[in-house]
Design a protein around this ligand. Structure first.
Ligand SMILES: Cc1cc2nc3c(=O)[nH]c(=O)nc-3n(C[C@H](O)[C@H](O)[C@H](O)COP(=O)(O)OP(=O)(O)OC[C@H]3O[C@@H](n4cnc5c(N)ncnc54)[C@H](O)[C@@H]3O)c2cc1C
Length: 304
């Protein structure tokens, strides 16, 4: 239904390893164990003050430009003065319990369940390990979710006739905040932001890493054009202009998928009842309207 595009399952740790190897093979230089401490900008250049963690030595990197790819908690985002960029955020009154278990996948594709008790997800990792998600209340702690309760909920929420959940030893358990965040424009002066440093998206729809990689590709092309075309600064402004419409499209897709698969919660019961009916209507459209299903499929496999 996607029009020919397909959905790849590529564990992030493998992707990192492969990209690092490719970069090194092409003569790239990587400084592992160097922690960025501060980014200082002048009209002429930008410098990153780092610490070499192995030698406990200060290292300063001078550059024309810096790509801030250090995630949501990195220093790049923090080095942008308040008010210099526009920030958009969204938070939710539920969270995810995310687990990794030594259990072979229970299906050859991801499974999403819109159960009245809350969302449940099954994601493939490899032949021996699977990832699972459960929608939980925002006040729950890890102590509230002992292993037996987790498996009982996964069995119940994912249940389908003729299908069985593979269970195994849980080796990682964490509570994940669900959050959206977008910075506009995606940079400040000589610092360009890419990936989670510029935007955060809930894991619903699996878009975060995909848009991070796309940012990196467009930023690289922008910088190449800048140097090839007589260092015309208007080339640099194009980076944000090109990327933001795709970022918002991914945000919108992820947000509406989240709403479609999660049980509404909140204090206002009338509002919860109303949103439950909206959710049912959306799910019904997905299963009965070919137009809707095709649009969903195209967005899901990666038009963004
Ligand atoms: C549970 C979960 C499931 C997900 N599933 C998917 C999915 O299925 N599909 C998808 O596309 N995305 C998914 N994502 C999102 C994806 O992981 C992120 O969007 C992606 O990792 C962002 O890449 P990044 O390089 O921008 O940031 P990060 O992966 O956070 O990398 C930032 C790097 O910067 C380093 N760093 C930070 N501070 C400093 C510093 N001061 N000095 C030096 N280095 C520093 C960090 O160590 C890290 O290596 C998921 C996320 C989570 C949490």
């Amino acid at each position: 239904m996607s029009g020919g595009d397909v959905h790849y399952v590529y564990p992030q740790s493998d992707l990192n390893e492969d990209l690092i190897q490719k970069y090194l093979n092409n003569g790239g230089k990587l400084l592992f164990h160097h922690e960025g401490k501060k980014i200082v900008q002048t009209d002429e250049n930008v410098q990153v003050e780092c610490e070499d963690l192995d030698c406990q030595k200060a290292v300063t990197i001078q550059a024309d430009f810096v790509a801030g790819c250090d995630g949501y908690h990195g220093i790049a985002r923090q080095s942008i003065p308040t008010g210099a960029v526009e920030i958009y955020t969204k938070e939710y009154n539920y969270r995810w319990l995310a687990i990794l278990a030594y259990a072979p996948p229970s299906a050859q594709h991801p499974l999403y369940s819109a159960h009245p008790d809350g969302f449940a997800g099954h994601m493939l990792r490899n032949s021996k390990i699977s990832r699972y998600y459960l929608q939980i209340s925002s006040t729950d702690t890890l102590e509230d979710w002992q292993n037996e309760r987790i498996w009982a909920n996964l069995r119940k929420r994912l249940a389908k006739e003729g299908w069985k959940l593979n269970e195994g030893e849980i080796f990682q358990k964490q509570i994940m905040e669900l959050r959206n965040y977008v910075m506009e424009p995606m940079g400040y002066r000589r610092l360009f932001m890419a990936g989670d440093a510029a935007h955060i998206i809930t894991p619903m729809g699996g878009k975060g890493l995909n848009i991070a990689v796309q940012d990196a590709g467009v930023l690289a092309e922008t910088l190449i054009s800048y140097y090839l075309e007589n260092q015309d600064s208007s080339y640099l402004e194009r980076y944000s202009q090109i990327r933001l419409p795709y970022i918002w499209r991914a945000q919108e897709f992820s947000y509406s998928m989240l709403k479609m698969l999660h049980s509404p919660s909140g204090e206002n019961l009338e509002d919860v009842r109303f949103r439950r009916k909206l959710r049912e209507s959306k799910l019904e459209q997905l299963t009965t309207s070919l137009t809707f299903a095709k649009d969903f499929a195209r967005n899901y496999v990666g038009i963004v």
